[in-house]
Ligand binder design. Sequence first.
Ligand SMILES: Cc1cc2nc3c(=O)[nH]c(=O)nc-3n(C[C@H](O)[C@H](O)[C@H](O)COP(=O)(O)O)c2cc1C
Length: 352
Amino acid sequence: MSVAIQSSWRIGPVEIPTRIVLAPMAGVSVQAFRRQGRRFGAGLVCSEMVSCAGLSHRNERTLGYLRIARDESPLAVQIFGSEPGVMAEAARMVEDAGADIVDINFGCPVRKVTKTGAGATLLEDPGRAGEIVGAVAQAVSVPVTVKMRRGLADGSRDALDVGPRLVEAGASALTLHPRSAKQMYTGVADHSLTAELVERVDVPVVASGDVTSRARAQQLLDETGCAAVMVGRAAQGNPWAVGEIAGAASAEPSREEIVAELVLFMRATVAELGEQRATGFLKKFYGWYLGRGRFPKPFKQELVQLGTLAEVEERLFAAAPAAVLVLDRLEGDLPADEDVVLDLPISIYGGG
Ligand SMILES: Cc1cc2nc3c(=O)[nH]c(=O)nc-3n(C[C@H](O)[C@H](O)[C@H](O)COP(=O)(O)O)c2cc1C
């Protein structure tokens, strides 16, 4: 029987209202991105990977990743590292900050991370990987999950052997991005491995990689037996992709909707990161929002050149004046800020 995208499922006691998970993406998955993803139909959202060493050292910028809002829930915060004790300490901080799930990164292929023995390299050290999961699961009462690649080398099937061991060690769900670390983002995700992993474990498996449409999402649910699909790059500057997969929005927004969502995202990002950091952070989003043939190329280049975000807003509204009305409606529907921010004041975040 076919699983409906709009149906709930569970990771341990955490109920997740839809089968869509918004992917953790470093440099992308800020709170504004996660809240937008929830609004468009993601059932679960994830923080980008957070360094357990940074948390352990109380690094201000790292602590800022623990800024969590009530309306993001259910939310997974992802940590990476290689020392079980430090990971356990980081997991406790994540739980205290209000995350519903602690996710562990065994997938990052980037050398800066793998050379420290963290990320995807742990797929070749199943003993240590199991120790990390065990230590983290012991340390917190929320569910612990793991996100993996298929292995380090092309054609590797390591995730299929490591996965069941991680479940034994205490993982309540697994996400598989079935590309090798070496592949980075080239080639295609081989979801026949996802189906094999589903056969080998008795916890929910989330399929990550190349989910770009509702048709593909449903096909993966049907053919692999995965509990949910994860959407990453397709959602960059494109919440309508999440909406289309959820069955709730057209994949083709109007110019007014695009400008309104972008401005809302800009304002939320400024509130989160401070104006200075947000100005640089946002530049890549202009291309993502305005590309895909939606606005002429020179327009994006023009925005990137502008010195202040106020000028960017002005230029955007000049290109689509009725976006002001759409933005008013969107802002009116948002929960009040004092209702949503838990624990950490913005000043901690802006200080890094
Ligand atoms: C810019 C970028 C940053 C990413 N950062 C993370 C991360 O912090 N943690 C993680 O587990 N995966 C990360 N990923 C991998 C994604 O979560 C996802 O597994 C991958 O992009 C495949 O899915 P997609 O085809 O839907 O993009 C990142 C991917 C991208 C493109």
